[in-house]
Design a protein around this ligand. Sequence first.
Ligand SMILES: [Zn+2]
Length: 306
Amino acid sequence: MEERSYDRRRRIRLLKRIILGTIAAAIIIPTGVSILLGIRVISLQNKITRLEEALADYENPPENVTGVYTTASIEESPRDTVQAGEVAQEKHREQEQTKKQIYLTFDDGPSQNTDEILDILKEYNVKATFFVVGKMDEQSVKAYQRIVAEGHTLAMHSYSHKYDEIYASKESFIEDLSMLQEYLYQVTGIWSRFYRFPGGSSNTVSKVDMQELTAYLEESGITYFDWNIACGDAVSGQVSVEELVENTVGNLDNINRGFVLMHDAVEKKTTVEALPEIIEKIQERGDAVFLPVTDETVPVQHMTAK
Ligand SMILES: [Zn+2]
């Protein structure tokens, strides 16, 4: 009897110790973990604050300083000089905005004329837009790359330029477009967002309702551009330089934003010959600037999406 009750007490004591031990562990371990995590959170918060400060400096570099700056370069640019520079810049921007905006656009390239067109544009320091088609040869690949390298806009004009294929169905239109967009990305790294329909958005050859296609472009984040000035080189045969110049610069008085349709194609030699005169005549006016198409450009469109 005596013996048994002693055993029981011992068992109870042991059990008590186990229970107390478990309770202690259940309190101490989570507390310890919480403290460690708390410390980690505080250190991460500090790190975030430091990074945010660094980012703010990066996003808002001191005015008039671009890129890497040092205290020295800030001291070298007194505040009043900076403001004068800003005012002048702003004034310049305003003047540019009130000028006629002329977008030279070249369709159907690259061709054997592309290099010469690019040389002329370079000589006059004019940026233009090239609505290109898909060509795989080495010369064409170099032409796409040169267009991009020299600051012009690489825009799309269908891969095949075959009306009966592109406009056969919505699916074939999309297939042709994607092929060109992906190909240009492959060879230049540019994901073009600008399009010109072969024949324009008001063409009458498409078997698909053009509004379906314009809606598709809009959904895909692609802006299409038609034209409101045609230099006249689309008609077959060699149009004279005189005519091309007159067609382009003759009606500028009534136009504030001019999208000039020109062609970059081997048989359109007079277009290349007329280009210097076209640029000079427009530059001589003094009230016009040449611009490449960008995301900010408001397009001229013959037909708008539903
Ligand atoms: Zn074309």
